[in-house]
Design a protein around this ligand. Structure first.
Ligand SMILES: [Zn+2]
Length: 456
């Protein structure tokens, strides 16, 4: 599959950045043409014409000069008269903003680019790289500086034409600056590409599978710890939050979101989450996927469904330490309160029914075995109605979203494979979404695919 890069512009405006459009802005354009490359032949004059028009067209822009160099391979900065006059104009305070076509047109290598972009920034003059959509004064410039710095180090070790314009192709191809040691499932090869680490990928696949089988992140974490499964740093110290982080990581479906975090302070290397402050770069099909796109999408929908379920029922946690499959899913038919099992007793009680805590609900407790009988009867009813339910499942499989497709397929398969509840019972989490009991209507069971049955 082909890689696709999407630029996600920042959703927040940066208050610190000097706004180039607030008043009359003196703009200098810089263009450099490498005469060696055929595609650029003749574009030298074109670029000058382009910038003259561009600056004159904008009301707030005032032309402060067009500076240019005809680049010849091997020419040092010393010989770039146009570039030096542009810098001199900036130093003399005659320029408020520099516009240039792209990073590669601005400087002859990444070290120069980094040096001059930083220098101009220190003078309070932003450089706008049109092609990359970067303004060095805005926070998007920080990504540029980060990548340029890492590339400059590479270059100083190995100055070659291949790495010289690496920055340009890195932006375009979406090759990121990432640390594969920070997440499970991938290693980085010598070229910096993500390659699957099979041992770790197994754990990732297991987490997605169990989650879509109805296990809660806290329960998955508990099981991984019990089995002593190694995490990313080799230790087995799993928590619900680390499981959720894996479920939400787009890298597992082969994509990559760059600039999730950014370095807020270059001296302290302090990282901050990018919640819309900076431009983000989203690359589809960046590397081999561990999780099918369909499954990954279903997991996101399930995360949202659980979030909403918890909010609607005011539950903090669905998973239980006893791995009890009904935990958090049974509600009182009288008052809507949650039914809980206390102590070792296998009895479900409404949380609003306790006399000692001033409970007001009169719902009767339900014996654990009685609950299983209800579910068993509901399952038998479901299996007996399989023929009638099939068209609905087929419709969901054909037209539903990723989660609806998955749930319908699961129900279709399970009702065929496990006609009796004693066989299907271990799939409880996968099939039962919610149970309402203790009201006038017997026991109402909502299955994962949305089918609702009442038994008495
Ligand atoms: Zn109640």
């Amino acid at each position: 599959m082909e890689k696709k890069l999407t630029v996600i512009p920042p959703s927040q405006t940066n208050g610190n950045a000097k706004s180039a459009s607030s008043s009359q802005c003196r703009v200098a354009a810089y263009c450099r043409v490498s005469t060696e490359q055929e595609e650029q032949l003749g574009s030298f004059a074109n670029q000058i014409a382009y910038y003259t028009d561009y600056i004159n067209e904008k009301e707030k822009y005032q032309l402060a000069g067009i500076f240019s160099d005809e680049g010849i391979s091997g020419t040092g900065t010393r010989k770039r008269a146009g570039f030096r006059s542009m810098i001199a104009a900036c130093e003399a305070g005659k320029v408020d903003l520099v516009i240039t076509k792209s990073i590669s047109r601005f400087a002859r290598n990444t070290r120069d680019c980094l040096h001059y972009a930083r220098y101009l920034k220190s003078l309070g003059i932003p450089v706008i790289f049109e092609k990359e959509g970067i303004n060095t004064m805005e926070s998007s410039g920080e990504l540029l500086f980060t990548i340029l710095s890492s590339l400059a180090q590479e270059e100083s070790r190995n100055i070659s034409e291949n790495t010289r314009w690496g920055i340009r192709s890195r932006f375009q191809q979406g090759i990121p600056h990432i640390n594969a040691a920070c997440f499970l499932g991938y290693d980085k090869d010598e070229a910096g590409h993500l390659v699957i680490n099979e041992g770790q990928a197994k754990v990732v696949r297991r987490i997605f599978r169990e989650f879509l089988e109805g296990w809660q992140p806290s329960e998955i974490a508990r099981m991984l710890n019990t089995e002593n499964v190694s995490g990313v740093h080799g230790e087995s110290r799993w928590a619900a939050v680390s499981v959720v982080r894996i479920l939400q990581n787009e890298k597992y479906k082969g994509d990559l979101l760059m600039q999730k975090y950014y370095i807020r302070d270059f001296l302290t290397k302090e990282l901050e989450k990018n919640d819309g402050k900076l431009t983000q770069y989203y690359v589809e099909n960046d590397h081999d996927a561990i999780i099918e796109r369909e499954i990954w999408d279903a997991a996101q929908l399930e995360i949202n469904r659980i979030k909403e379920f918890k909010r609607n029922h005011q539950i903090r946690e669905l998973g239980s330490s006893s791995l009890e499959p009904f935990y958090g899913k049974i509600f009182c038919g009288c008052c809507g309160g949650r039914m809980v099992k206390k102590g070792r007793k296998s009895v479900w009680r409404c949380i609003n029914s306790g006399k000692e805590k001033g409970g007001f609900c009169k719902a009767k407790p339900v014996e654990g075995h009685k609950m299983e009988e209800y579910v068993s009867a509901a399952w038998a009813q479901l299996v007996s109605q399989r023929e009638n339910l099939l068209p609905g499942w087929e419709k969901d499989i054909a037209q539903g979203n990723a989660l609806e497709r998955l749930r319908a397929a699961q129900m279709k398969e399970l009702t065929e494979k496990y006609p009796a509840w004693f066989q299907a019972a271990k799939k409880t989490r996968m099939v039962i979404r919610e149970i309402i009991i203790g009201g006038d209507r017997g026991c109402e069971i909502l299955f994962m695919d949305g089918v609702r049955l009442v038994t008495d």
